[in-house]
Design a binder for this molecule. Structure first.
Ligand code: G3I
Length: 349
């Protein structure tokens, strides 16, 4: 067996993976138990799956992950309490069956806002109360900043303004207690204006006493984007607010590796692309280790190259066929050059 990634980085941070339930078994399950110290659900804990209809909570799948984590002594991150995507539509339909976002009457808008915030409290409160002893970190809100900066104009935002963010954190604290670690999670946290707007939002919320304990840098990155300097700057910036840092959704896409936006199949990927990726992983983990006073968890958004959300994106950018290869295990679940590179303790060049 190749050396466990969790053992290698134990002194610095936990190594985690996002999983679908089928990956708890078979070869994925073996890799998971050997190499990782932390897990998170790729999908099954999102609101769409937890409360598909109002008041009808569906725990079976989430419970299976919780049981696995407990049985194998893994840290468990909860992803995610509140998000604009994978959220059932009923949240945003008023009692007359109308879309809340279309409401023009100010009194009814006010009533809708109250109703939506109540629904949010029920969702967050119920989930947090159920799992508070099992979860080590909560993604309370996910992706609240727009790509162009400013608050994302989601239904949550259109109906409640920034109130939903505050209410989500306060409710999580109320039901989770002082020990619950409450995270705000986002992607492209290295890139302006998004980075600085996220920073300003968190600073303002902290000033108002909103209980935020940590920042999740998703880190869906590419071979040369963002730069290492941008990644380091952003981690240091948010650390300056006194937040704990998690890298929550790491993958290193081959997107844009010359000359194509994506490879058609795995076999089309040249060895050289894997070597370039390995160097990137080496630099990245050298950086993370140098910042280990700040970073307590580094989670990959998957295990091996056979299962990655990036394949959907590769198809989108490559006329309907495409394959990406973002992880340190290949499609056959064998270690890649990136694995040896991230495990190396040679200085990165
Ligand atoms: O559950 C249905 C299934 O019933 C149906 O048969 C199947 C057909 O396509 O779709 C299934 O739903 C898919 C779901 O994953 C579960 O597999 C959705 O189509 C698909 O869009 C969804 O994708 C997920 C995506 O979030 C949704 O936006 C990805 O697996 C997941 O990796 C991705 O994760 C997000 C993080 O939560 C937040 N940060 C970005 C990250 C990557 O996009």
């Amino acid at each position: 067996d190749a050396e466990s990634m969790q053992d290698r980085f134990e002194a610095s941070f936990d190594i985690g993976a996002a999983v679908e339930l089928y990956q708890l078994e078979g070869e994925h399950g073996e890799i998971l138990k050997h190499h990782y110290g932390s897990v998170v659900a790729e999908n099954v804990m999102k609101p769409l799956y937890i409360q598909p209809e109002e008041g009808e909570f569906y725990w079976d799948e989430a419970d299976q992950l919780v049981a696995f984590a407990n049985e194998h002594d893994l840290e468990l991150r909860y992803h995610t309490l509140i998000w604009h995507s994978q959220v059932p539509e009923w949240f945003f339909i008023d009692e007359e069956g109308n879309e809340m976002v279309d409401e023009e009457d100010p009194d009814q808008q006010e009533a809708n806002k109250e109703l939506l915030l109540e629904r949010l409290e029920t969702h967050v409160g119920t989930v947090v109360e159920r799992y508070k002893d099992d979860i080590d970190a909560w993604d309370v809100v996910n992706e609240v900043i727009d790509d162009e900066g400013g608050l994302r104009e989601s239904e949550w935002y259109q109906i409640t303004g920034d109130e939903y963010i505050k209410r989500a954190f306060h409710t999580a604290r109320e039901y989770g207690g002082e020990d619950a670690k409450l995270f705000i999670n986002d992607y492209n946290t290295e890139i302006n204006p998004k980075r600085d707007d996220l920073y300003a939002l968190v600073e303002e919320l902290l000033d108002e006493g909103v209980p935020i304990d940590g920042i999740g840098h998703q880190s869906h990155i590419q071979l040369d984007w963002p730069t290492l300097e941008e990644i380091e700057e952003s981690i240091r910036l948010f650390d300056g607010l006194g937040l704990e840092t998690h890298i929550t959704e790491l993958d290193v896409s081959l997107y844009g590796y010359p000359p194509t936006p994506a490879f058609d199949t795995y076999a089309d990927i040249p060895d050289e692309a894997f070597e370039v990726q390995a160097e990137r992983y080496h630099q990245l983990f050298t950086l993370y280790e140098s910042l280990d006073e700040m970073i307590t968890n580094v989670t990959f958004w998957g295990i091996a190259d056979d299962h990655t959300w990036l394949d959907d994106r590769a198809e989108e950018f490559n006329d309907g066929i495409g394959k990406d290869a973002p992880f340190v295990f290949d499609v056959d679940k064998n270690v890649k050059p990136a694995y040896w590179a991230m495990m190396s303790d040679e200085p990165a060049t």
